[in-house]
Design a protein around this ligand. Structure first.
Ligand code: NAI
Length: 320
């Protein structure tokens, strides 16, 4: 029989764990032996107000099922306080699930500075602050698991969510670099892209669909990503309705816009090559910035030899 994935002795912070997805994550971690810091500011959907109720009720649920949990009522922008709560109560920090979120949807022309700043503060700065406060402890113990929460609104855009989309894509960028900086210390950072029924989506998702999108169906994916036996680092994982997949950015094969290294490029050259520039039929995933840079070196070598030899990727051909 397969062994249960356990978190005994591990300390987990789930931000925004008083409701929705965060609550489902916290309950599952709690049932698998983790000591859980249930963080929630307890404010409204648009970020106003605060209350201890949200965090307290989830802590009570975890304890009622025999789990270990403490509440934390701070805003994620005070990240060091959340980590302090973990250290004071449980003596360490192993896992940070950055999940807290608010919405201030407006069409782009109507977004105020406040709508922009509040959304960026909670999602992007909050994840930065909590993760940075946990980072030195994870480095020292040579172990850590971090989750960033992005959104299809970030990956694809969504009408009325310019502020939110920007912050959510920012979290992908943050995770990309943390995956690189944390690797040698066994600190893995991954991104979850959820779709779930919650107060954030109750007036956005169609009602029939809504009922099927239980947060409990996504929690197992996040919990697995945070387990020590999960080797993924820097992955973007989309999940909803008991389904999950990995997502990638891809790049087309590209095309030279000039033949020789001494040639210039005119706007008309771009126009003439546009079909090839935008052709995604041979699109590929690249693993790193080094890999992308090295393909550029190959392309330059080709231009130096007048476009006659093939590039390192073997894909660039002279088209002039
Ligand atoms: P939710 O509103 O049920 O839960 C978010 C929780 O974060 C709330 O309990 C709220 O009090 C808390 N929170 C807000 N600001 C906070 C702050 N400054 N500090 C601490 N806690 C704070 O929403 P849901 O749907 O569970 O969202 C969780 C995360 O998933 C969010 O980051 C959201 O953007 C993201 N997401 C959700 C999707 C969905 O379909 N529900 C889709 C894509 C992303």
């Amino acid at each position: 029989k397969q062994q249960q994935l356990r978190f005994d002795g591990r300390v987990v912070i789930v931000t925004g764990a008083g409701a929705g997805l965060g609550r489902a994550y916290a309950l599952l971690f709690g049932s698998r032996g983790a000591s859980v810091v249930v963080n929630d500011l307890g404010g409204s959907r648009d970020g106003d107000g605060k209350s201890t109720k949200a965090a307290d009720s989830v802590v009570a649920e975890i304890r009622a099922r025999g789990g270990k949990a403490v509440p934390d009522y701070n805003s994620v922008v005070d990240g060091e306080k959340l980590v302090q709560t973990a250290l004071e109560n449980f003596g360490r920090i192993d896992v940070v699930v950055n999940n807290a979120g608010i919405l201030r949807d407006k069409s782009f022309a109507r977004i105020s500075d406040q709508d922009w700043d509040l959304v960026h503060n909670v999602h992007l700065k909050g994840a930065f602050k909590v993760t940075q406060a946990a980072w030195p402890h994870m480095k020292k113990q040579n172990y850590g698991r971090i989750i960033m929460t992005s959104s299809n609104s970030g990956l694809y855009g969504n009408f009325g969510q310019a502020n939110y989309s920007a912050a959510k894509m920012g979290l992908v960028g943050l995770a990309n670099t943390l995956a690189i900086e944390g690797r040698k210390n066994n600190i893995y950072t991954n991104v979850i892209v959820p779709t779930a029924a919650s107060r954030l989506t109750e007036d956005i998702l169609p009602p029939d669909f809504f009922a099927e999108l239980r947060p409990e169906l996504i929690a197992p994916v996040v919990v697995w990503l945070c387990h020590e036996s999960c080797e993924d680092n820097g992955a973007i994982i989309e999940s909803a309705a008991g389904w999950a997949t990995k997502c990638h950015l891809v790049r087309g094969a590209g095309t030279p816009l000039r033949v020789r290294i001494t040639d210039n490029v005119a706007p008309e050259d771009v126009q003439n090559q546009w079909n090839k520039v935008t052709d995604m039929s041979r699109a590929q995933r690249h693993e790193s910035i080094e890999e992308v840079s090295s393909t550029l070196l190959g392309i330059l070598e080709d231009m130096k030899s007048g476009g006659t030899s093939s590039s390192s990727s073997g894909e660039v051909e002279s088209v002039f």
